[in-house]
Design a protein around this ligand. Structure first.
Ligand code: DOR
Ligand code: ZN
Length: 337
């Protein structure tokens, strides 16, 4: 049977939630990934040293593999250098949300003003803390990311030493922007390599494929796919796996987020194989991230085999139910070890 081994796979953008949902989903990442960048958009947001360390402890209690590395982020606000110095050893990055742009982002930044944010951003440069950004305006939904490109550009020029990660890019414009400035990098999700708006809303509405930023046009998906498949050194895998309870997705007023953790590696292998680019998957899933974030790979290797896997219709435990992408469908690769 055909197999492939991925060394030290990282998920560079992950929502693990809290309480029972955390207990349900954390093992579904730690089974296959060696570590992940953990998003801070809890209620209330993770914005103090105490909140970061307590959340990290809850994550470690919930994971199946105790060697798992949860790389914590702090919810971006204007912070003092003293505060950032004190919290530095507990975090990997800060995550900036424009206020109200997505799930639990009400406390985010009202306007991205390079002068007002300079003290915090300069402190981050001094302490070598990367800035992860959810890059959307509150404009027309299909144009939100493209409209945000001028903000990325302004930040990249004003703070050339700040490492800026354009999170979950979904457009051709973003693929062009990330290559334009040395200090810009990007993550790409699984779903944005696979689907367009047609899959979400072109036929019967598919709530489990609804996320923010929303999937875009075919030319956008092709641009994302091309740069990911090429193993481009500025591009990392970040699933943005964002579990919501089944009842919150299959609802009038559907929550945004696609849950992909338990299928991500298998489907990535399928996709890279189909496009004859399997040799570049190691870069996308680990090597690029290690270089960008100055991390050492772990010794965790994950072997997949070319064997059908029927994706469960739902994952259920602790009173929570969450529906994964491709629920009930067959994918052609499975986790071996
Ligand atoms: O679809 C999304 N879901 N996009 C985000 O930016 C946040 C996430 C969530 O936390 O549910
Ligand atoms: Zn996210």
């Amino acid at each position: 049977m055909k197999t492939i081994t991925l060394k030290s796979p990282f998920d560079m953008h992950l929502h693990l939630r809290d309480n029972d949902m955390l207990k349900l989903v954390a093992p579904l990442t730690s089974d296959t990934f060696t570590g992940a960048i953990i998003m801070p958009n809890l209620v209330p947001p993770v914005d103090t040293k105490e909140a970061v360390t307590a959340y990290k402890n809850r994550i470690m209690d919930a994971v199946s593999d105790k060697t798992f590395n949860p790389m914590m982020t702090l919810f971006f606000k204007p912070y003092t250098k003293e505060f950032l110095e004190d919290v530095r050893d507990e975090i990997t990055a800060l995550k900036l949300y424009p206020a109200g742009i997505t799930t639990n982002s009400e406390g985010g930044v009202e306007s991205i003003d390079t002068i007002a944010l300079a003290p915090t951003l300069n402190a981050m440069i001094d302490l070598d803390i990367p800035l992860c950004i959810h890059g959307e305006t509150n404009g027309f939904v299909m144009d939100r990311e493209a409209e945000f490109m001028s903000v990325y550009e302004e930040l990249a020029i004003a703070f050339p030493k700040l490492k800026i990660i354009m999170e979950h890019i979904t457009t051709k414009d973003a693929v062009e922007m990330v290559q334009k400035y040395d200090n810009l990098y990007a993550t790409i999700t699984l779903q944005h390599l696979l689907i367009t708006l047609d899959d979400v809303a072109g036929g019967m509405l598919q709530p489990h494929l609804f996320c923010k930023p929303i999937a875009k046009r075919y030319e956008d998906r092709d641009a994302l796919l091309n740069i990911a498949l090429s193993g481009h050194p500025k591009i990392m895998f970040g699933s943005d796996s964002a579990p919501h309870p089944k009842h919150a997705k299959e609802a009038c007023g559907c929550a945004a987020g696609v849950f992909t953790s338990p299928i991500a590696l298998q489907v990535l292998v399928e996709l890279f194989e189909k496009n004859n680019c399997l040799d570049n998957l190691q870069k996308f899933i680990s090597d690029n991230a290690c270089k960008i974030y100055n991390m050492k790979p772990s010794s965790k290797d994950v072997t997949l085999e070319k064997k059908d896997f029927i994706v469960p219709k739902a994952y259920e435990a602790y009173g929570e139910t969450v529906v994964p992408m491709y629920a009930g469908e067959t994918i052609t690769w499975s986790i071996k070890s």
